[in-house]
Design a protein around this ligand. Sequence first.
Ligand code: PAF
Length: 286
Amino acid sequence: MMLEINTVKELREAIGPEKAKGKKIGFVPTMGYFHEGHLALMREAKNRAGIVVVSIFVNPTQFGPNEDLDKYPRDLERDRGLAEGAGVDILFVPSAAEMYPDGYATYVEVAGDIADVLCGRSRPGHFRGVATIVAKLLNIVMPDAAFFGEKDWQQLVVIKRMVHDINMDVEIVGIPTVREADGLAMSSRNAYLNPKEREAALILSRALRLAHDIVKGGERDAARLSKALQGYIRAEKHVELEYLEVCDPESLAPVDKIAADTLVAVAAKIGKARLIDNTIIHVGGS
Ligand code: PAF
C-alpha cells in the first residue's frame, strides 16, 4: 500500500526505519499531472531502489510573475492511482506553507552560464527556484539516487552541478525523454494545446530529427545547422520560436563545430504552452 504524507516530519519518520533496515531510497521529484515520462522515472527508481519516494509539489519559486503557476495542471486523484500502479511506496505532497513557511529566506543558486543561458535567459530566477526546491527535497528525503527527465536537459545539468558543488551525497540519474507515438515529447504542459496547436507542436521533434539527418549528411558547422533548423520551425505559423541552440551538452556553451556530442535544444510558445525539447547528436566516435 502506498503511503501518502504531507509533512516533512512524517516523511522523515517513514523513511528513517527503511534506511535503518538497509533499504536503498530512490526519489522522483515532480510537479504532478503524471504522464509516461514521470512513470518511466518511477519505474527506473523501482528497478534500482527498495523504497521509492515521489514528491508532488508545484513549486512557486520556479515560476515567474507572468507564468502559469495558477494554471499549471493538477489532478492528485489520478496521480495517486498512477503512482501506486508504478510501485511507488511513499507519495509526498507538501503544501506551499510546509515547504516555504513564514520567514523562509534561503535560496540555492547555481551561478554562471549554465543557469543563465537557454531557458535561463527568458525565465530569470527559474533555476534558482528549481535548485532551491530540489536541494530542500534532497535534504528531506536523503535518497541514494534521484531521477530526472532528460527533456529538461538544462535542469539536469544545473542539478548535477549543484549536487557536485555542495557535496550532496546522492546519485543524479537522467532518464531519456518519453515521446508520444508521433514524436511529441511528453510534458504536463501539452494539456494546454488545442488540436491545431498539438499538430503544430510536432515541428519541434521533427526539427530535432532533421538535425540528426543534416549532421548525418555531413554538416559540421553549428551556425548553418542552427539556421536551417530555425527556418524550418519558423515556417510553422502557430509556433513562436524562443530559441534553438547548438551547444555543448555539459557546459551548455554554444559550439562552432559539431565535432563531439552536441546538444540541440529548442524552446517555443505554441498557444498558451511554452514547450521545450532537445536531442544529443553523437559524432566523432563519441
Ligand atoms: O521537473 C520538474 O517537474 C520540476 O522542475 C522539479 C524538478 C520537480 C522541481 O520543482
